[in-house]
Design a protein around this ligand. Structure first.
Ligand SMILES: [Zn+2]
Length: 277
């Protein structure tokens, strides 16, 4: 799950804030029983990570948990996956929150507070100047790695990476130093813009129909077969057009393109199924 999905999850979990955990289950090896009887005090997110803060009772400090959804993690509320064991399930009077295939552990509040809020792409303290200072130290890294770097873009994932690279019309193996210095802020800003759109589309169950290259076969501009490769140091799946995504020529101004309108084929498609991205 990428950052925008965590924003939606936080909204969905609001219903359980202030409520007591009645029952805990799941296959985590963490001492989950400690949560039984505690009250969910607050829900926090940073990038792709969910933090739950529980009130420890009178005179006791809060209990914190961290859930990282990794590459294949997902969650459900009141609608468990039938063939899967949850990593953790928290039952409240008003419903049950299930998580799957994620990394779950307890942590101290101090560790949560160490996260750099200014790189949290959809967070209230996102700061593009700050990211610009950080990214300058990584100018020889490939864009396909930079766009997944959680120390620069917390919340950006493989969908964001592929779609932003297409909007920039850049080859995934473009290094930051091959882009004019004056255009670096455009790259940073585009990540935020795409994440805002991701959030908006996902809320409307329209995320997939706006994908231009991610998991697509043909370039939406020239209809040529897209290249699909594991690229960069991170070796994550990368989808790109060999004609439209080139390493920019030195001194060429970078142009950020708007997301193309979704292709309309035949009748209007039904609502998308829920995506776990
Ligand atoms: Zn193309």
């Amino acid at each position: 799950m990428e950052g925008p999905s965590l924003v939606i999850l936080k909204e969905e979990l609001k219903t359980f804030v202030g409520k007591k955990v009645l029952k805990v289950s799941g296959n985590t090896t963490q001492p989950k029983e400690e949560l039984q009887g505690l009250v969910l005090k607050a829900v926090h997110i940073w990038g792709k990570v969910l933090f739950l803060e529980f009130s420890g009772g009178k005179g006791k400090k809060s209990v914190w948990t961290r859930t990282h959804f990794m590459m294949f993690g997902s969650y459900r509320i009141n609608d468990p996956k039938l063939d899967r064991d949850p990593r953790l399930a928290l039952e409240f009077r008003s419903g049950i929150f299930y998580t799957y295939a994620c990394a779950f552990r307890f942590l101290e509040r101090a560790e949560y507070q160490e996260h750099d809020r200014q790189v949290d792409v959809l967070g209230p303290r996102w700061d593009e100047e700050h990211v610009l200072n950080l990214i300058a130290k990584k100018k020889d890294a490939y864009l396909c790695d930079l766009l997944l770097d959680q120390t620069l873009f917390a919340g950006s994932g493989n969908i964001v990476k592929n779609e932003v690279l297409f909007n920039l019309r850049c080859h995934p193996l473009t290094t930051l130093s091959q882009i004019r210095r004056a255009d670096w802020p455009l790259v940073i800003h585009e990540v935020r813009v795409y994440c805002e759109n991701f959030y908006k589309w996902k809320k409307k169950f329209e995320l997939r129909r706006h994908w231009q290259v991610y998991k697509k076969h043909k370039c939406p501009l020239c209809e040529q077969k897209l290249k699909r490769e594991k690229l960069g140091k991170l070796e994550r799946a990368t989808f790109y057009c060999l004609t439209h995504q080139l390493v920019p020529k030195p001194s060429k101004k970078l142009v950020v393109h708007e997301v193309l309108p979704p292709a309309v084929k035949g009748k209007v498609k039904k609502k998308e199924k829920r995506l776990d991205h």
